[in-house]
Design a protein around this ligand. Structure first.
Ligand SMILES: Cc1cc2nc3c(=O)[nH]c(=O)nc-3n(C[C@H](O)[C@H](O)[C@H](O)COP(=O)(O)OP(=O)(O)OC[C@H]3O[C@@H](n4cnc5c(N)ncnc54)[C@H](O)[C@@H]3O)c2cc1C
Length: 386
């Protein structure tokens, strides 16, 4: 495996369960991919992530070699030589540039690069050795823009998110947008960046223009169109550009037989859901689809493990894998006419202002009684009420 994110770890677990010896190469110091290095700890506590990886993956004998970037610490060719089959699960870790003047000034960060640096060097950021300054603009409307903004706020900055469409078009999860606003982050809509302003090479502002929505584009959304003479400059100390990510494919040699397309994602062999153009290599997760979701990456890991096993068996002339028979449990079909429909219990959260300047987990967990009631709520989705 190359990459210890949700796709790589899921495939590693499935293959280990089927009796394969699995080694995972991971360039970062700890496994988890975006779960540990981009999604902030106040949303996904690190000890939970680490113990789940230990208990569900490493305990099966999977060896995870961290601090090992394929293409730098070990060559792609060496991995190719040492292993019979390889799963490429390297994610999409390169922020897309905004394509505006001044993008290379000190104080301009890519969203994922900023989050990764923060997660790897939290002490330097929280002690002030590294700083964003007091005013930060975040460009974009996706999960990484919201996470970068909420981390910047917790580091003490006043944060404005600039997004070129309307709020309903923001790709970030709705609850994340609400949470950001509760915490005091301003979202300025229908705004696009034009130029980063700097003094002595250091960011001092961002010039933007206001947009209005024109005709529908290919994505089915209305295309933002600039309003003439609507330019304005926001005074900021840092700019975080979070408008999307692409995979970094520099580790794949041109002569590997593994085809990479113009979107910097892997091509698949015709008719396959995970095998690349070189039959020895399989892929899945963000490296195949571009930025997606954790559950999408987990599903891709299951798919790849199953495809790899099927291919290996075929090559070895072995019979196809048969799932172990599941134990059937009879669950009595009871609909309690007396019980009332109840909505899902609301998760208690830290109050918005109490989340500033700390990285405490936002969701506080249910009290015992609520947890018991929630667990006993009828979720008989199979029961059709006529
Ligand atoms: C800020 C942010 C917030 C998000 N929030 C959510 C959310 O709330 N819900 C949700 O469902 N999804 C969210 N996502 C998306 C989700 O995290 C990703 O879709 C998912 O992690 C992709 O899994 P993956 O295994 O394909 O790749 P990744 O998780 O990116 O893992 C790839 C791993 O490969 C390693 N790697 C890369 N190249 C090499 C190499 N050459 N050698 C060795 N190792 C290498 C990387 O270091 C990384 O650990 C978020 C993403 C970001 C960036």
């Amino acid at each position: 495996m190359i990459g210890a994110g949700p796709a790589g770890l899921t495939a590693a677990r499935d293959l280990a369960l089927r009796g394969y010896k699995v080694v995972v190469f991971e360039e970062l110091p700890t496994p988890g991919g975006m779960l540990g290095w981009a999604i902030p700890a106040y949303r996904l506590p690190r000890n939970t992530l680490a113990s789940e990886i230990k208990d569900n993956v490493e305990s099966l004998g999977v060896e995870i070699k961290c601090n090992t970037r394929v293409g730098k610490d070990i060559s792609f060719d060496q991995v190719n030589k040492e292993f019979d089959y390889i799963f490429l699960a390297t994610g999409a870790h390169k922020s897309q540039p905004m394509g505006v003047e001044g993008e290379n000034f000190k104080g301009v960060y890519g969203g994922v690069e900023f989050l990764r640096d923060f997660n790897g060097d939290e002490e330097a950021w929280t002690s002030g050795k590294k700083t964003l300054g007091s005013k930060v603009a975040v460009i974009g409307g996706g999960n990484s823009a919201i996470d970068a903004a909420r981390v910047a706020l917790r580091l003490g900055a006043n944060v404005t998110i600039l997004y070129r469409r309307e709020k309903k078009d923001m790709p970030a999860a709705e609850e994340e947008i609400i949470a950001a606003e509760e915490e005091g982050i301003k979202i300025d809509l229908l705004v696009a960046p034009l130029k980063i302003e700097a003094k002595d090479g250091k960011v001092i502002g961002i010039t933007c223009e206001r947009m209005k929505l024109g005709d529908f584009d290919k994505s089915g959304r209305k295309r933002p169109v600039a309003i003439p003479a609507s330019q304005f400059t926001l005074s900021v100390d840092s700019v975080i550009a979070s408008i999307g990510q692409v995979p970094d494919m520099t580790f794949v040699p041109k002569d590997s037989g593994v085809s990479v397309n113009k979107w910097s994602t892997f091509d698949l062999a015709s008719g396959s859901k995970s095998q690349t153009t070189n039959p020895k290599f399989f892929t899945g997760g963000d490296a195949l689809t571009g930025p997606d979701t954790v559950i999408g990456a987990i599903a891709a890991g299951h798919q790849a493990a199953s495809d790899m096993d099927a291919y290996i068996r075929k090559m070895n002339g072995e019979p196809a894998y048969v799932e172990p028979a599941e134990e059937k449990i009879d669950i009595p079909f009871i609909i309690d006419e007396e019980s009332e429909e109840a909505p899902q219990a609301k998760m208690p959260e830290l109050h918005g202002p109490d989340r500033k300047r700390n990285f405490k987990e936002v969701e506080l967990g249910y009290k015992k009684l609520v947890a018991v009631l929630e667990a006993s709520r009828c979720l008989r989705c199979d029961a059709e009420v006529s």
